[in-house]
Design a protein around this ligand. Structure first.
Ligand SMILES: [Cu+2]
Length: 238
């Protein structure tokens, strides 16, 4: 049988509308009232290599903010995830690993999401020795030295954990955080505080934002045919 162009058009339209009905998204921006403490310059004099590897100042990463006024600041490195309302279902973890790099004596990325059972490939791109020390609470901890040029370490997490801290004992300023989930509905805010969680079936969900220096915030969000929006505003501590 041969398809006319109008039949093909109809098939394409049906395919697109099925996809739209099956998957929505939640997006928004995370801000805090006022301005956070200023990032500090890290003293790297204990390891000359770290001075070389990261020219210019190396700044603390507890507070990375985008646009910042006296009223509000966009906050990066917030882990936003669906924390309730998902139908009981297995969401197979991707076979591709999450890559965590040590570069210029800092971790890249500083905050990331990973699935239970998914491989975490830890690279050392620096010409110096790091050790990768997991302080996980729900998962087995690990502590491995990784000299310059050593092959990547492959790790994984067996259980959900919010958040598993990883640090370097050689360079005390180096830390990062992994949000370990058994589903794919999470995102980390970028430099402008924005995030987007995609592929959600229609429904009402609990969405939680985590930041290393602030308490978690949770709100209820309904995803329908349109993309839902959920902003978070951290109030100043009273
Ligand atoms: Cu290190």
């Amino acid at each position: 049988m041969s398809y006319t162009s109008s039949t093909l058009g109809a098939i394409i339209i049906i395919a697109v509308s099925v996809q739209l009905a099956a998957a929505g998204s939640i997006s928004g921006t995370v801000k805090m009232e006022g301005k956070p403490p200023k990032a500090k310059t890290i003293d790297r004099s204990a390891d000359a290599k770290c001075m070389e590897l990261h020219p210019g100042d190396l700044l603390t990463e507890s507070w990375v903010v985008g646009e910042s006024t006296d009223e509000a600041s966009q906050v990066a490195n917030v882990f936003v995830h669906v924390s309730g309302g998902l139908a009981a279902k297995d969401w197979p973890a991707p076979t591709a690993p999450v890559v965590l790099d040590q570069k210029g004596c800092r971790y890249e990325p500083h905050v990331f999401g990973i699935r239970v059972g998914q491989s975490l490939e830890i690279r050392n791109s620096d010409g110096t020795t790091h050790n990768v020390h997991s302080l996980a609470k729900n998962n087995k901890q690990f502590n491995n030295g990784q000299p310059s040029g050593a092959p990547a370490l492959n790790k994984s997490f067996d259980a959900v954990e919010l958040m598993a801290k990883i640090k370097c004992d050689m360079h005390p300023w180096m830390s990062c955080y992994a949000g370990v989930l058994d589903h794919p509905f999470f995102a980390v805010t970028g430099a402008d505080g924005s995030y987007k969680i995609e592929g959600l079936p229609a429904g009402t969900y609990e969405v939680t934002a985590w930041h290393e220096r602030m308490r978690t915030r949770t709100q209820s969000v309904t995803v329908g045919d349109d993309d839902a929006s959920a902003d978070f505003l951290y109030q100043k501590k009273k």
